[in-house]
Design a protein around this ligand. Structure first.
Ligand code: SF4
Length: 463
């Protein structure tokens, strides 16, 4: 039996990376090691990195000095490993410039980590580089180690075949491959037994999920049969891969949440073509219209890039127009920055930083107006909300989300807690967040919460 090591994992980037960190944590715990939350305590520091956005990469490089100091403080008796997309992408740069890094491991080689980490406790004479791509690796049957909670993320597929010109995911995470329906369902059953009530199915392009003849709608149907799982979310679908079956699941399956994060990226057809997105602005608007007809009350969020190479001011205006036409509930907006290795990195980044910033501000302003108007329109309405966490601002309040992904805050009360589904009447809207009073608690007869009953508000916690 080998020595138990204390493992500290720091994660950057998207939910896929958070899931992978849980996956790696699960494998190392199975190998008799222990997770810790304090870097100073750790025998092994693993940094799960992201290469999709430049600032995530810069943050990791900035942190490396901190890890080196922690290793020096232990006279070198510490293993430092860099995992994830950045390691796949920048392995030489990392190992050459940072000799104190002991291992670099890409997203397809995590099964090797327990063995390599054990080897490194015996000798640190060489750096391990585990960056081979594996077209079939989907980590079926490896269960992540999660903290308890209400919502769990479940990766259903890895990689992407789309080759959008600005993106390096197909190069860092490889080609698409899906887990089997059975394996995803088994993981969801396990999560239900651990007390999770909601799952979010994750993939770079979830609606191209494929297990033999079974597509994403079949997976949604199968997961919805898991007893104890009350809600299913997914992210992100690609606008070009929508099927009628998927729309039907959203419309008719009460467990499938009525929210779609649908990346638009741009609203001009020439720019969409250079981005290689595979749809036009008309296709995108028609898809949203159809979804709103089929799935009343559906909420939309999106991603948009401004200042893509060759995008003119007039073309950007079309993005603004489409945003105003579609009226998303919320949007993640970015200035374009080239990612080394992506096709667009070879093109001239010809929109000036000042102009990119002007476009971004115009977009944020337009979206904020819509976000406020849409949130204000919810006041007086009623939403079924799954309570998830203590509110970040006030320990006397709990926050949850509606099926359409509205963030809703309610006062604490002994009759409900995180994990409870409540009906909430909305009294106020503050930016995207709604506040309201609970009018019904699942499993409680309505008369127990009479019309004049008010949930007591706990005192504000200082700070
Ligand atoms: S769909 Fe496009 S943006 Fe999304 S991961 Fe695939 S290549 Fe990247």
């Amino acid at each position: 039996m080998h020595r138990e090591l204390k493992i500290y994992i720091e994660t950057y980037g998207c939910q896929m990376n958070l899931y992978d960190s849980e996956l790696v944590g699960g494998m190392l715990q199975d190998d008799h090691h222990r997770m810790v939350e304090d870097l100073a305590e750790a025998d092994v520091v693993l940094v799960n990195t992201c290469a999709v956005r430049e600032n995530a990469e810069q943050r990791v490089f900035a942190q490396l000095a901190r890890y080196r100091k922690a290793k020096e403080a232990r006279e070198g008796d510490m293993t430092i490993g860099i995992l994830g997309c950045m390691s796949q992408h920048l392995k030489d740069k990392i190992t050459d410039a940072h000799p104190y890094v002991d291992l670099v491991c890409g997203p397809d080689q995590y099964r090797e980590l327990p063995r390599v980490i054990r080897d490194l406790t015996v000798s640190r004479e060489k750096q391990f580089i585990l960056c081979r791509k594996d077209k079939t690796e989907n980590y079926d049957e490896i269960y992540p180690s999660r903290k308890s909670g209400v919502n769990a993320w479940v990766t259903i597929m890895r990689g992407c075949d789309n080759m959008c010109s600005f993106c390096i995911v197909p190069f860092t995470r490889g080609r698409e491959r899906s887990r089997s329906v059975e394996s995803v369902v088994r993981e969801c059953e396990k999560l239900a037994a651990e007390g999770f009530r909601e799952v979010t199915l994750l993939g770079q392009n979830v609606n191209s999920y494929k297990d033999g003849e079974q597509r994403f709608d079949a997976l949604l149907q199968a997961v919805s049969q898991v007893e104890g799982i009350g809600r299913i979310r997914f992210t992100s679908p690609h606008p070009k891969d929508f099927s009628e079956g998927m729309m039907a699941q959203m419309a008719d399956n009460p467990k499938v949440c009525k929210h779609m994060h649908l990346p638009m990226q741009a609203g001009n057809n020439r720019v969409l073509e250079v981005m290689r997105r595979g749809y036009t602005r008309e296709d995108f608007a028609a898809l949203v219209r159809k979804a709103r007809e089929r799935v009343p009350g559906i909420g939309f969020s999106t991603d948009i890039i401004v200042g893509f190479p060759t995008e003119t001011a007039e073309e950007f205006e079309q993005t603004l127009e489409l945003v105003q036409d579609v009226r998303f509930e919320s949007a993640f907006t970015f200035e374009y920055s080239p990612r080394e290795g992506a096709p667009s990195a070879k093109w001239e980044d010809d929109v000036s930083p000042v102009e990119k910033n002007r476009r971004l501000r115009a977009l944020i302003e337009a979206q904020q107006r819509i976000t406020h108007e849409k949130a204000a329109a919810c006041v007086g309405g009623s939403f079924e909300v799954l309570l998830e966490n203590e509110s970040r601002r006030d320990a006397g309040e709990l926050m949850g989300r509606s099926s359409c992904n509205r963030v809703v805050v309610v006062g604490r009360d002994p009759r409900w807690d995180t994990g409870t589904m409540v009906q909430v009447e909305i009294e106020r809207a503050v930016n995207f967040t709604l506040r309201g009073r609970v009018t019904h608690v699942e499993g409680t007869p309505l008369e127990d919460l009479s019309a004049d009953w008010q949930p007591p508000r706990a005192a504000k916690v200082a700070g």
